[in-house]
Write a protein that binds this ligand. Sequence first.
Ligand code: ZN
Length: 278
Amino acid sequence: MKFVLWVAGVLLAVAGVNLAFDFETGGVWQLDPCDPQEIGTPEDTISSIYRIENGNIAERCFGPSDDDLFRAWGAMAQITTAEERAGLRSFAIFDGAFAAAYTQQLNLEATEFTIAVRRDVARSHGQSLRHVMAHEFAHMLTNHTSNVFSGEKVPTVDCLSDENRYGCAGWGNYLATWTYQFWPEQEVVRLEAEYRSSAEAARRCSEYSGFVTEYGATNPGEDFAETFAAFVLSSRTPASAQSRMNFMSSFPEIVAIRDRINAAGYNASDIYLEGCSR
Ligand SMILES: [Zn+2]
């Protein structure tokens, strides 16, 4: 079976929508992983939240019991180990028009996160759902302190985005390397004003090749997350994306994730990501 991934072009967001922290005050913030007002967005309505402890789902801490939430969590558990998702503090499901899913950073130290999934996404085809979960996991990976504050901080897009005011990607960060390798400087500069513009993504998609989806052309973070998901799930990608896939292949720890998912039978090899071809 061959089908086009339905999430292509649909918003998949990363943290920062609700952060009250202001760098200039030197303030410290910590969001409550079980408070829908703190982890949610103005556009969505979180219906249930479960606490995550040591990478495993623990008690329900907001809303009613929810089978859709467990389905989404099941997909996350298929593709990640408890150790890999140890930074998660909660997992939520929401109804609303905002992003298919999003990853929210909970503390300044960038060690705690929550992931929220839209209900219709939680009910979607297993391969599509795993793509979304792998995409969000990639955001957690590149935003985690071990990847953000390692080594010297460099002025990548992470410093330009209001969504990432808590720190810049370090040289050791996948995302910093990724940005320097695949994003021309003039495009990084443009992101300062248009970090999440779908019109800009469409323009880049028409001017450059190599993206696995048009959504990936939104910014380097989405580009990395889309490509990471395609790689670890062994999805089919356009030939033009080969150098991006080679980037993923160059990290043994990412290859190990792919091989583990494949061995468990949880790949998404029926998915064909169209890239920017029209
Ligand atoms: Zn995303």
